[in-house]
Ligand binder design. Structure first.
Ligand code: HEM
Length: 487
């Protein structure tokens, strides 16, 4: 009898909780349960497609749901995406165990920090990366060293697997600016770290993983839910960065800083007596982690998609080569200065960023106050998922968004035309800090490779699929390419 009473009471409590957990005017969305939230309604794979398609159709451009007991919204309509990225109150990141675990239990680094701490760290990093070549000639030099290296590597191979092909090259460019070190393509330690990082990216889901929603689970079943593996990878990366920082400390010459690590160490020393200094070794480790994780996987996948679409669209590849031959010729490599004179190449790269939205959903934003969007109430601290893919797949705007058609970015005279909706790197205060670098890497690798080789599907292989692999970001499914030196 007592048990039945307690059970009845608990059920009543849960029903009451369920009836009151949705605030007034909260956006419509998928079903949810008390405590568990909308977990059973969350898309498991390629979440951005479900959100921009099925969810938007059923619930509208602003969709409300629950991450466990916490309110969350998915912004799935293009106009609403642009509005959220512009509005001040949407520019913080969610807090929580999951986000702090990556940075020593604190809000460090750039990716998941906010407030004055984030402003100072982001500004410092950007300013000094510029000093070390970001957006300058020296950056081009770093990139071209890696381009020459990959061209040599490709010459030796007739058929190559594209997955992982560019990871060491892109990291060498990044790491050159952060820590002044270059790694060999077959460096075992780096290869292992990169493989594990890729695995962690692919296991992620922008809507949150089970552990992210219920942190208690990592104590109950850490191995089963993959938490142990993620933490091992994180620890290995942190050890790798700490070792690099220690080596820098030993040889630091404050008058001649060599890279971002040196200037950060110098700033740590300068602010040694400042009790509220935001410059700490843990902070530097987390910035390295942010750059490594945010920059490596995304740029590598972009290059993979470039090759994928060239083998699938040989007529586009031919036009790219025709333009390169006419503007650059074969006696020298393309440079960033050539870019303005290569409108077709620019159109192809822009169309690639549109059809292969590498970061289809931005890392979670959060609201710092109660607010409204399109008449819907968004409570303070709600998680906000911004679906960039919805911008790039809008039928009204693009006409035929499902078609790969670089010409959509060219006018009648063949000149490149910008489109305000093309924001694959985000927009506003949180815009990607690596945009210039990523665009330069992709341009220089893509043009040098297509200048040198004809790319095709190896005889006997099926046409590779354009359906990407899921994760925090997307990546091309494994495929092979045949490279033939151009006559
Ligand atoms: C094709 C390559 C890349 C794409 C598509 C991309 C895309 C993005 C997007 C969509 C965001 C989120 C904006 C938001 O939250 O609203 C972002 C943030 C960020 N990206 Fe990139 N990114 C790329 C390459 C890079 C590179 C090479 C770096 C490193 C230099 C980098 C570092 C970052 C960082 C640190 C942030 C966080 C910025 C902040 O929260 O203040 N990304 N990126």
């Amino acid at each position: 009898m007592a048990v039945a009473l307690i059970l009845g009471f608990v059920i009543l409590l849960l029903v009451y909780h369920w009836m009151t957990m949705k605030p007034k005017d909260f956006p419509p969305g998928p079903p949810y349960l008390p405590i568990l939230g909308s977990i059973f309604s969350m898309p498991k794979k390629l979440a951005h497609v479900t959100m921009a398609g099925e969810w938007r159709q059923k619930y509208g451009p602003v969709v409300g749901f629950f991450v466990g007991p916490r309110t969350a919204v998915a912004i799935c309509g293009p106009r609403e995406v642009l509005e959220v990225l512009r509005r001040e109150e949407f520019q913080i990141r969610p807090d929580g165990d999951f986000f702090r675990e990556r940075s020593f239990g604190k809000k460090l680094g750039i990716f998941f920090s906010d407030g004055p701490f984030w402003v100072e760290q982001r500004r410092f990093t950007l300013r000094h990366l510029r000093d070390f070549g970001f957006g300058k000639k020296s950056m081009e030099g770093f990139i071209m060293d890696e381009v020459e290296d990959i061209l040599l590597h490709m010459k030796d191979l007739k058929v190559m697997q594209v997955t992982g092909l560019f990871s060491v090259s892109t990291l060498n460019v990044l790491w050159g600016m952060i820590a002044g070190t270059r790694y060999e393509r077959n460096d075992k330690r780096l290869q292992d770290l990169l493989n594990r990082l890729t695995e962690a990216f692919r296991a992620g889901n922008p809507t949150g993983t089970l552990i992210n929603i219920f942190p208690i689970l990592k104590r109950i079943a850490p191995g089963f839910l993959g938490h142990t593996k993620v933490m091992d990878t994180l620890k290995s990366l942190q050890d790798f960065f700490r070792q690099s920082i220690n080596e820098h400390e030993k040889s630091l010459d404050e008058n001649n800083p060599r890279d971002l690590t040196d200037v950060y160490l110098k700033e740590m020393k300068r602010q040694y007596d400042n009790p509220v200094s935001t410059f700490t070794e843990e902070g530097l480790i987390t910035i390295c982690l942010d750059m490594f994780a945010a920059g490596g996987e995304t740029t590598t996948s972009s290059l993979g998609f470039c090759l994928l679409y060239m083998v699938l669209y040989p007529e586009v590849q031919k036009k790219v080569q025709k333009e390169l031959d006419a503007v650059v010729g074969r006696d020298r490599r393309p440079t960033l200065e050539d870019r303005a004179n290569l409108p077709y190449v620019e159109a192809v790269l822009t169309e690639l960023l549109r059809v292969c939205t590498i970061a289809p959903v931005t890392p979670p934003h959060c609201v710092d106050r109660d607010t409204y969007i399109s008449g819907h109430f968004i409570p303070k601290n709600s998680t906000v998922l911004v679906n960039l893919y919805s911008l790039f797949q809008d039928k009204e705007h693009w006409g035929d968004p499902e078609v790969f058609r670089p010409e959509r970015f060219l006018d009648a005279d063949g000149k490149f035309v910008k489109d305000e909706w093309m924001i694959p790197f985000g927009m506003g205060k949180r815009v990607c800090i690596g945009e210039v670098l990523a665009r330069s890497i992709v341009f220089l690798f893509f043009t040098s490779i297509t200048q040198e080789f004809w790319l095709s599907v190896p005889e006997g292989d099926p046409n590779p699929s354009t359906v990407p692999l899921s994760g925090f970001t997307i990546a091309p499914a494994p495929f092979r390419v045949k490279v033939t030196k151009r006559a």
